[in-house]
Design a protein around this ligand. Sequence first.
Ligand code: NAD
Length: 408
Amino acid sequence: MSQTSFEIQQAAVIGAGTMGRGIVMCLANAGVSVQWVDNNPQMLEQALTTVAETYAHNVRQGRIDQAEADARMARVSAAADYASIRNVDLVIEAVYENLELKQKIFRELNGLLKPEALLASNTSALDIDAIAAATRRPEQVLGLHFFSPAHIMKLLEIVRGAQTSPAALEAALSLGKRMGKVSVVSGNCHGFIGNRMLHPYVLEARKMLLEGAYPQQVDTALQGFGFAMGPFRMYDVVGIDLEWRARELAGKGQDAPEVQVDNRLCEMGRFGQKSGNGYYHYEPGSRQAEHDPEVDALVLRVSEELGFQRRDIGPEEILERCLLALVNEGAKILQEGIAGSAHDIHLVYLNGYGFPADKGGPMAWADRQGLADIHQRLLALETRQGDQWKPARLIGELAAQGKGFADR
Ligand code: NAD
């Protein structure tokens, strides 16, 4: 198939929620016409209004003129059903994070779309190959993982499935460029590059709450290092309830000690910024995170109920555990070929996760410490806290050769 047949002129977006709205604007701003589907007509209507309001706001701020706003808006239209999007070159699905639901949609679209059309999912973590398996065109299926808010955040993870064709990848990279994104190709694994590394980092932060720390202490230490936001402020922005609901839906993970504080916050309706309370308190209309002693009391209660003997945890330990968890997982991602280079991880963490730019990305930070030193520190944690700290094979190998991640 020739490369030009993959030039994306017309797209469709399925889902008019938080992500769908941003993705539609990315496409329309890049000159791509978009048809928009949601099985909830009210949601779609609301979403169209939000997009129009965003463009009007951009005009008021002088970012674009009225003619440009009109042209962008004219590229967006509501579609009544899947049949009416049969001629598009690309579909980006952004419905709830549920594998069966996504598979059902991909199966249906496969039967309707022209053979050369690409099918992409905005899933944050699900298996792209399992989604592709619902179609008869797995070579044209990939992940397009946008970050929230999608029309503002620069990062785009392009997830390559086992059968994704080079032409499909090329088309996605070229679309990423047209949308002004920093595109990074990731292999297919749970969470891809960014969220897979985030998982052990956040796990350490949550464990430290049970062992003796408080949310603000953890956030202050990591913000002191230079992160735009500590993990608990980040969860308040993203919504603590997203993972809570996903655990509920999947029917697993809800009993783990580390998520008990999250569970209790969600049961109290404290979902984060959007509900005015989460790990922090927010005054109406404000995004200013304010320390909430009630949350500290809750953390204390939960850890005591779980039988933890609390102890003082200083900023050094917070940084050591969170950063080494990030680096060790990053090393595994490199050794498995999920990320092509330490630089790709750097792009993901800088543009998607607020890692401090002056540290040059998590792997460059580790290189500056020296991998022999990182290796020793991981071994020390392994001795104290167990297997989860076992250093990635790649760290030992590079350290033995006196090399860093950048030398690979
Ligand atoms: P959301 O709940 O805000 O929106 C989901 C939308 O999908 C709703 O409008 C719903 O009506 C619609 N929908 C549900 N079933 C449908 C169907 N069968 N057909 C058509 N429309 C349907 O969700 P979101 O936060 O926008 O997340 C969407 C996807 O993007 C998820 O896979 C999520 O993991 C991923 N994601 C989310 C974020 C984030 O920060 N919210 C970031 C990156 C990726």
